[in-house]
Design a protein around this ligand. Structure first.
Ligand code: AQP
Length: 342
């Protein structure tokens, strides 16, 4: 039996990177799963709070994210779809994980280091790290708790999450070692790789496509209209070399467009690249735009429909929280027992 778990932050409408790198893979896993597997997909509101959020926008994003998960094909009869912040067990285990996590490990997380770098760039002066909020530093421990509280075995996330999953495995081992018992409580979760590993910013192909990047033209949102998609892809940064080749190191912009096209058409990226060898970026961009418009057509229609069905969304969220809590309370009973907190 497998327990598959993944999450996404309600920090805005998901972009093509989230969709190709994570969400579409969740649906594939759901379709390929056995009936006895547990599948859990959550909207991680507590993680979103590690950066400043406007409460009204956060509330709207939480509903929109739930509508998105349903629109792309996650089925609440098959998968447990829920809000992380509806289940307090995450916080309790998160605290216990904090008590097992060496601060040095958190300080070495690349996500923490890149947040410091981002703040430095934004303020163009030295940043006093001690002023950054503690949640930003410790969120990998909470993420470990998100996974371990369901004793998840398989975690489909993007490659940017590899280091966090390693920490989760270390913490699971540390707990199993500290609280010795005949059977280790936590399985060591493995990362489920995605065929499309990383979609890059359309404006800066050295960075990943991101919800929070300041330039809205750097990302394609799942709600963008066909003309917005066409305009953004037409404006994507490429290079001046003639012809198209797949060379992620030296020609990251074109390589990104080829990866997007390959993901949309379910082909190998090198096969796609050979078709464009003797053409130019203009032709490639036109085909990428057409493929993305087609890929997003169905989820977009579903999203506009489900988004309006608030009663249904509340029902899905309540039912998801109930099922999630059922699984996590069993883990927490064992955790408290083994720690002497009973
Ligand atoms: N550009 C990307 N390419 C492939 N996968 C990606 N993911 C994120 N960006 C890309 C994967 O999407 C899942 C959910 O991500 P998240 O909402 O937890 O946020 P994030 O990883 O911090 O990325 P975002 O979307 O850019 O959000 P912000 O800007 O708010 O930080 C994860 O599995 C992630 O790997």
């Amino acid at each position: 039996k497998r327990t598959v778990l993944s999450g996404i932050q309600p920090t805005g409408i998901p972009h093509l990177g989230n969709y190709l790198g994570a969400l579409s893979n969740w649906v594939k896993l759901q379709e390929a799963s056995d009936p006895q597997d547990d599948l859990l997909f959550m909207i991680v509101g507590w993680h979103a709070l590690t950066l400043p959020q406007n409460p009204k926008e956060l509330a709207a994003s939480r509903w929109d994210m739930l509508a998105t998960l349903l629109a792309i094909g996650l089925d609440p009869k098959r998968s447990i779809i829920f809000h992380q912040d509806h289940n307090q067990d995450h916080l309790e285990l998160g605290w216990l994980m904090n008590c097992l996590t060496p601060v040095g490990k958190l300080l070495r997380m690349t996500t923490w280091k890149s947040r410091i770098a981002t703040s430095r760039n934004a303020e163009e002066s030295d940043v006093d790290e001690s002023l950054l909020n503690a949640g930003l530093l410790t969120y990998p421990s909470l993420q470990a708790a998100d996974i371990l509280v369901y004793r998840a075995t398989h975690v489909p996330v993007g490659e940017d999450q590899t280091q966090h999953l390693e920490l989760t495995r270390d913490l699971a081992e540390a707990f199993n070692r500290t609280c010795k018992s005949e059977h280790p409580l936590f399985p060591l979760p493995t990362l489920v790789d995605t065929p499309t590993r990383r979609i890059l910013s359309l404006k800066d192909p050295t960075a990943k496509m991101s919800k929070s990047a300041p330039d809205v033209r750097s990302r394609i949102l799942l709600t963008d209209t066909p003309s917005q998609i066409q305009a953004k892809i037409r404006g994507a940064v490429t290079d001046t070399t003639l012809g198209v080749t797949y060379d992620p190191i030296n020609r990251p912009g074109a390589a990104n467009l080829l990866s997007i096209l390959a993901a949309c058409t379910n082909e190998d990226v090198n096969t796609v690249a050979t078709r464009y060898e003797s053409t130019g970026h203009k032709e490639l961009k036109a085909d990428v735009a057409e493929a993305v418009v087609e890929l997003l057509r169905k989820p977009q229609g579903e999203f506009s429909r489900i988004r309006e069905e608030r009663v249904y969304l509340v029902q899905v969220a309540d039912e998801g929280a109930r099922k999630a809590k059922e699984l996590s309370s069993e883990t927490m009973r064992h955790v408290r027992d083994r720690l002497g907190l009973c």
